[in-house]
Design a protein around this ligand. Structure first.
Ligand SMILES: [Zn+2]
Length: 132
């Protein structure tokens, strides 16, 4: 039972093994690869030791295949990917662009599942956008 994650633009798979792979650009202009754990609510982050990820710094995430920005209109601090479950159901997954901030939202229809200690930080935006 594995969920797959895809780019909303080119629909390439972003997960390899237990990780999602992103091309990232830090607030201070440094580019690199960031691997996030594919289990929602698991905030294990892997990166090369030469690519520094200071807590509190914002990173823009891009699809590593087509380089489309994985952003959402809901909030400029959230990234957006699609998740496909083993039953082929598609979800939107939003997660914080801020290093160390644990805010993840999994959306399908009007249902929002939240993960992470900081999930409250964006819940108003998410609710407003998805429960109309
Ligand atoms: Zn893509």
């Amino acid at each position: 039972m594995i969920n797959h994650f895809i780019c909303p633009k080119c629909r390439s798979h972003l997960n390899v093994g237990d990780d999602l792979i992103f091309a990232a650009k830090s607030q201070d202009g440094r580019k690199g690869l960031i691997l996030l754990h594919s289990e929602l609510g698991n905030y294990t982050v892997r990166h090369n030791p030469h690519y520094d990820i200071p807590a509190g710094m914002k990173f823009e995430f891009h699809c590593p295949v087509c380089h489309h920005p994985l952003a959402t209109d809901i909030n400029k601090n959230l990234s957006r990917v699609l998740m496909v479950d083993p039953g082929n159901k598609e979800y939107e997954v939003l997660f914080s662009k801020i290093a160390g901030e644990k805010s993840t939202y999994c959306l399908i229809g009007e249902n929002v599942n939240m993960f992470g200690d900081d999930a409250g930080n964006y819940v108003d935006f998410v609710n407003l956008s998805y429960t109309k």
